[in-house]
Design a binder for this molecule. Structure first.
Ligand code: NAD
Ligand code: TYD
Length: 337
């Protein structure tokens, strides 16, 4: 049995990871450790909550005493650190919590994993640590880090810290850097779920700037499968880029969603640009493909259609969110930059 601490497992990617991995592996015991911030939702874990090899613990990764207790109690030997403040716009409106959770929290996890001699520590990171690309080129693992937002700078700091723990203490750390994810259970502050839900509600779709910023989209299950590959086979001290070679300008995604939902393009509303808005992200994932044998399995056309359908059929999931505490932010966020 592999006793794995999954932090942030009530969020978008973490909950998809737990539900996916517990379906295919009964040799994993998962402790989901999550603070349940605005982005954490235990409802996401319905398919896993009854499983014998799943345990939820509410807590903050900056709480070193509680983290220590969890390592001891559950004999943790593996860590997958998903826990983070994850939204660039929020990091522009207030950065402190990003550095607390993403930097200090990761430090607590690393120190505790070191104390209990963890066999693998997987730091879940992002391609945003590389900064912004021009029209040409791709991010490789050796692209210099050049983060531009408070969010990406906090993730870059955590990556460097994790790799330093490998270099200095020989800790078996691996870092994954993935491109933009989409799929079920994504909090509706991010581009794709926000645009789907606004379209369904016949609300304006706030497109930042000229709408020509490019993101490289990957289905969340392909990302999570890659994480499992890196956990199993990744070489300590290494970084693995994860992406599905699917670059698209934002406006194209927005129009595609409108077409799926048979909604008019006049819902599109160009708004003031995000400050410091990175122009283009694109990932070269040949290392993980060649060295570990991973490859993405979902086509964008199929997976985006399934994602749109998921939001159509899970109205109660997102309605509770947009009519709850989050409502005020949801209605005003893009006017506040
Ligand atoms: P999310 O915001 O949906 O979920 C984050 C989860 O972390 C939530 O459940 C939240 O409650 C929990 N959390 C936050 N602060 C915590 C703390 N101090 N202690 C314990 N739990 C805490 O984020 P996501 O989109 O699922 O992203 C997960 C990870 O993947 C993040 O590390 C993010 O940087 C990374 N990532 C995300 C994307 C993407 O497209 N969403 C792409 C690449 C990498
Ligand atoms: P987002 O989902 O916030 O991810 P990230 O900033 O981490 O890439 O945004 C994806 C792209 O969509 C980004 O270029 C900003 C843009 N965007 C909008 O145009 N309007 C919106 O309301 C949001 C949330 C994002």
């Amino acid at each position: 049995m592999k006793n794995i601490l999954v932090t942030g497992g009530a969020g978008f990617i973490g909950s998809n990871f737990i539900n996916f991995i517990l379906q295919k592996r009964d040799d994993y015991f998962i402790v989901n450790f999550d603070k349940l911030t605005y982005a954490g939702n235990l409802e996401n874990l319905k398919p896993s909550e009854e499983k014998k090899n799943y345990q939820f613990v509410k807590g903050d990764i900056i709480n070193s005493e509680l983290v220590d207790f969890i390592f001891q109690k559950y004999k943790i030997k593996y860590v997958i650190n998903f826990a983070a403040e994850s939204h660039v716009d929020r990091s522009i409106l207030g950065s402190e919590i990003f550095y607390q959770t993403n930097v200090i929290g990761t430090n607590v996890l690393l120190e505790t994993a070191r104390k209990y001699e963890a066999e693998k520590f997987l730091q879940v990171s992002t391609d945003e640590v590389y900064g912004s690309l021009g029209r040409e080129g791709l991010f490789t693992e050796s692209t210099p880090l050049s983060p531009n937002s408070p969010y990406s700078s906090s993730k870059a700091a955590a990556d460097m810290m994790a790799l330093a723990f490998h270099h200095t203490f020989g800790m078996p750390v691996v870092v994954t850097r993935c491109s933009n994810n989409y799929g079920p259970l994504q909090f509706p502050e991010k581009l794709i779920p926000l645009m789907i839900i606004n379209s369904l509600n016949n609300k304006k779709l706030p497109v930042y700037g000229d709408g020509l910023n490019v993101r490289d989209w990957i289905y969340v299950i392909d990302h999570n499968n890659a994480i499992d590959f890196v956990l199993e086979k990744g070489t300590p001290g290494n970084v693995y880029n994860i992406g599905a070679s699917n670059e698209m300008p934002n406006i194209e995604i927005v129009k595609l969603i409108l077409r799926h939902l048979k909604k008019p393009e006049d819902l599109i509303h160009y708004v003031k640009d995000r400050p410091g808005h990175d122009r283009r992200y694109a990932i070269d994932s040949s290392k993980i493909k060649n060295e570990l044998g991973w490859k993405p399995e979902y086509s964008f056309d199929e997976a985006i259609a399934q994602t749109v359908d998921w939001y159509i059929s899970h109205k109660s999931w997102w309605e509770r969110i947009i009519t709850g505490e989050y409502q005020k932010y949801y209605q005003t966020q893009y006017k506040n930059f």
